[in-house]
Design a protein around this ligand. Sequence first.
Ligand code: ZN
Length: 264
Amino acid sequence: MAKIAVISDIHSNLHALYAVMADFQSMQCGSVVCLGDVVGYNAYPQECVNEIRALGCPVVKGNHDAEVVHFAQLLKDPAQGSEFAIRMNPLARKAMEWNASRLDEDSLTWLRRLPLQRIERSKFAMVHSCLDQPMAWNYILNANDATGNFQRQFLPLCFHGHTHQPRVFTWDGRHASEHAEYWQQLVVEGETVVNLEQGRKYFINVGSVGQPRDGDPRACYAIYDSDAATVTLRRVEYDVAGAQQAVLSVGLPEYLAERLGTGQ
Ligand code: ZN
């Protein structure tokens, strides 16, 4: 089980998902885990759910996975009204309604039943946003934000997503720190290796497969090597133009296609 691919925030981007799957297979990953937000924003919700389910891998629930189920209920019974629908920004909402209309009942049931967090093989924790309030969907943007998570993180390693920005946070027993050097190296070299030190806790954001937001449009994911005690963050080129074309051809907002090109 030495090498495990850790993927997150696929967001219905099948072009990016295929490229990342090919990459982690070429890197000899024996298994994969997924940190949620399989759907939302882009053009292939049903196809991405099918691919992730076919991998048979552990998956935790993201906010879009939760909300698409509510939107599907709303499509069936508009009289229900919905707080979360109102809370969402209009672009995400439009994409969410479209995504909800494309998913079959079995997929909606699968999404609804996903757990919010899980421990994998007693080795690491998985969560979409953070362990202290997984249902609040807080964005962990700096070391201060990460402090609450570390107080609930009992294993040395936890992976998360949600911000679509790869980040490495550590805890030395008293303070949380952010290590921007890893992200800087990732931008320049397309890969960075985090050596996991004994006595520290790591809370690592693996970035987004299907909608990166750190200014680098390449897909992003991580490989955890438990034998070598390393986490490698990787960028993967994919057919961005194809994914953009798909977004436009199904009538989703133009901005959602544009942002794939800029990685914002
Ligand atoms: Zn997301």
